[in-house]
Design a protein around this ligand. Sequence first.
Ligand SMILES: [Fe+2]
Ligand SMILES: [Fe+2]
Length: 325
Amino acid sequence: MTASVEEQQFTDLIAADSRIEPRDWMPDAYRKTLVRQISQHAHSEIIGMQPESNWITRAPSLKRKAILIAKVQDEAGHGLYLYSAAQTLGTSRDEMTDALIAGRARYSSIFNYPAPSWADIGSIGWLVDGAAICNQVPLCRASYGPYGRAMVRICKEESFHQRQGFEILLELMQGTAAQREMAQESVNRWYWPALMMFGPPDDDSPNSAQSMKWKIKRHSNDELRQRFVNMLVPQAAVLGVTLPDPDLRFNEATQLYDLGEIDWTEFHEVLAGRGPANAQRLQRRRDAHDDGRWVREAAAAYAHKMAAKPATDTADADVPNEAAS
Ligand SMILES: [Fe+2]
Ligand SMILES: [Fe+2]
């Protein structure tokens, strides 16, 4: 098969809204874009565990603790599905991990903000997981099969995350004046960084057009940001919190919300590694990698031992050993 026939097949599959699978031919740039996007996404899930796991021991009740543990565990699972999806493109897990701990890989900037109050666990669920859902639901239809399929399960779990965050804030907003103040203060800090999660404005997003052509991405950054704000406004009203944008108002002509100016300087600063918690997050990830070295070595030694065993032995591995001599 000549390259051009393969290329035509690829183009046809994309045009038919069908899926590209790991064994299919694909342009190098498509593969590279996917590896970058999926691995960044995986890193975000893993780094995103940090601000929340930090609150597990301090969660205000046993119920909250159990929910938070389950949520943080979900994020680890998301990271694993996504690393697996990226591996189908020929990049090893080790390469991706090395890039992350060496500071060469990106992850979502939102996780470079600290979570100093309990209400932040509510805001992260409501705003950060909420923004993630808006971004990720269209990715369930991404043209690359393993990515799209991973996203289906991830999105189901993200909906639970978003609701648990909303529910934390709701309970605080129905509490004492100090609790309401804590919730509002937290929403004030997370609102703008959550809007930045959709990426730069459309006219400053050079890779978007190609990703949309390849049907990896289905909507523009600004479109998704709009959709997110549309979802937030009625929910904020139920909560009784104010979204910290004095310019936010419904535009009758466009039937959309007009938003205030986003501080893109802050976005670029955090992206460049100068956010409030970049160094701390990366250091924690490096330490965890070092602390886990003995587990990886033990697992590899065990796998090696099992591989060296005669086949009959491994076939009977679960059976109490009478027949084998
Ligand atoms: Fe997640
Ligand atoms: Fe989540």
